[in-house]
Write a protein that binds this ligand. Structure first.
Ligand code: HPA
Length: 277
């Protein structure tokens, strides 16, 4: 099943025929919001709002581990994260879509793994993640291809077919927030190879991968990053842009769900093979 995580400006998924609103408690705390389970394009889909109702969780306090665990409990094995970003690469303009290819992590002290060795939370379940947690294993997942190649290629296909402005590849830099970056930070990230900057892409992706899920990140450029913009950045600008793009984002999601093949041919499910110490 596909799970969608809606970011700033995307708090629900219209058109989803709601089957259930699941309020799930997890061993990792409560998720940001209820998980809406329903049908879209004839397929079972889950939707969760990353920042919760009324945007109550700032990026550094989003309960990422609970969110992904709630998805796992509902049988989600593929996650599509939607996020607003600032652009660093001058070719990326406000309103452009970006299919994320790689990641730079500049967050500080977020809980970014389920596998804490002897400190792991023992959980119920018969799948590999649950067993590794119960056994208190140390696990190092490969991060050389965090974003699912199959999901990425379907996203690109959909964006092409819809004739939307997009970039088929980009490196996402995740900062801690909640403040926007300084111009010097953006210059540093640019030198390190970052194309876009956001505050929520990490650790969502690695937590999904630790649970053997596929993960893809679809970003929408909301503003030029600090120092590039030449003006003061505001949340208002980000939210307004995301509101403007809402219909397009929903169209991309619908078509993506319709066109994603049922079978996972990517190998993302094998990430835990050889990963435990
Ligand atoms: N920086 C960090 N996160 C963001 C930005 C930005 O410029 N725009 C939207 N999310």
């Amino acid at each position: 099943m596909i799970g969608i995580v809606g970011g700033s400006g995307l708090y629900e998924l219209e058109g989803l025929e709601v089957v259930e609103r699941a309020f799930i408690r997890t061993p990792f705390g409560e998720p940001s919001s209820e998980v809406v389970v329903g049908r879209l394009e004839g397929k079972e889909v889950c939707f969760l709002s990353r920042h919760g109702k009324g945007h109550k969780y700032p990026p550094h306090l989003v309960p990422y581990r609970a969110n992904l665990w709630a998805f796992r409990e509902l049988g989600v094995n593929r996650v599509l994260g939607i996020s607003a970003v600032g652009s660093i690469n001058r070719l990326f303009k406000p309103g452009d879509f970006v299919v994320v290819e790689d990641l730079l992590d500049f967050t500080k002290g977020r809980k970014d793994t389920y596998y804490e060795g002897v400190y792991s939370i023992p959980v119920c379940g018969e799948d590999k993640p649950a067993k590794l947690l119960r056994e208190g294993k140390v696990v190092h997942i490969d991060s050389s291809q965090l974003y699912c190649p199959q999901m990425k290629s379907v996203l690109v296909e959909v964006l092409e077919e819809l004739k939307l402005p997009y970039h088929p590849s980009g490196t996402y830099a995740c900062t801690e927030g909640p403040r926007f970056e300084t111009p010097a930070e953006i210059r540093a990230i640019e030198r390190l190879g970052g194309d876009v900057v956001g505050m929520t892409g990490y650790p969502e992706v690695v937590l999904a991968r630790e649970l053997t899920m596929c993960y893809a990140s679809l970003c929408v450029v909301a503003n030029p990053a600090a120092g590039i913009a030449g003006y003061r950045l505001t949340s208002e600008e980000v939210i307004n842009l995301m509101k403007q793009k809402e219909e397009e984002i929903k169209e991309v999601i619908r078509k993506f769900i319709a066109q994603l093949p049922q079978e996972r041919t990517c190998g993302c499910d094998k990430i835990l093979e050889g990963a435990e110490v």
